[in-house]
Design a protein around this ligand. Structure first.
Ligand code: GRF
Length: 205
């Protein structure tokens, strides 16, 4: 069966990109990465892509007058490659409604909290500050409202006594690297349906 073609969007370190590169290195994995796009030059994620011989494109938002203009060029650039699914992996840009709607149900994100709790930035600091016993991470379809959309996979992590934002982030990240490839696999295998804005996974009871 043809593999699902991915475009991964990054802005930095790219450890989630790496987890997808590693998953795709297995011939049996039903997806492959056709393109990596970064809005920032020189980031570690670009090196990871090059090392894996994946085409990369750098598109700096600073070269555009508006969010809409940047997003339109981003869409055009991605459309030149034959991709089925866009994966945001630490892409530090708010996307315009036009972009999100253009790629509706073909655009997913990973967020380092148990959504819908703790949307936005500085999640781990806020989780610790609030004295939560648990946190985690979420892979979800992207909708115009930030960090919302049908949830595909989540993993829960215990907040340990003595955790700080860095130690908690590291433990959550380990889980991110597990659930992102798992979520992509579910989509690639055609096992996901969205009903009333909820994900239904075929084969799960
Ligand atoms: C991850 O924590 C991800 O959940 C968030 O941004 C971070 C990106 O890390 N959206 P990396 O660039 O994948 O290492």
């Amino acid at each position: 069966m043809a593999k699902l073609k991915l475009c991964i969007l990054i802005s930095g370190r790219g450890s989630n990109l790496q987890s997808l590169i590693d998953a795709c290195a297995d011939d049996a994995f039903p997806a492959e990465i056709a393109l990596v796009v970064s809005n920032i030059d020189g980031v570690q994620g670009l090196e990871r892509a090059k090392k894996a011989n994946i085409p990369t494109t750098i598109l700096s938002h600073k070269d555009f007058k508006s969010r809409e203009a940047f997003d339109a060029t981003l869409s055009e650039t991605i459309s030149r490659f034959d991709v089925d699914l866009l994966c945001l992996a630490g892409f530090m840009r708010i996307l315009s409604d036009e972009f999100v709607n253009h790629w509706f149900d073909r655009l997913i994100n990973i967020h380092p909290s148990l959504l819908p709790a703790y949307k936005g930035l500085h999640v781990h600091e806020r989780v610790i500050e609030a004295g939560e016993s648990h946190s985690g991470c979420t892979v979800h379809y992207v909708r115009p409202d930030m960090d919302s959309g049908p949830i595909i996979k989540q993993a829960k992590v215990t907040v340990e006594a003595g955790d700080n934002a860095d130690t908690l982030a590291a433990r959550v990240l380990e889980q991110e690297h597990i659930i992102y490839p798992e979520a992509v696999r579910l989509i690639a295998e055609g096992r996901i349906r969205i009903e009333n804005e909820c994900v239904v996974i075929d084969g799960n009871t």
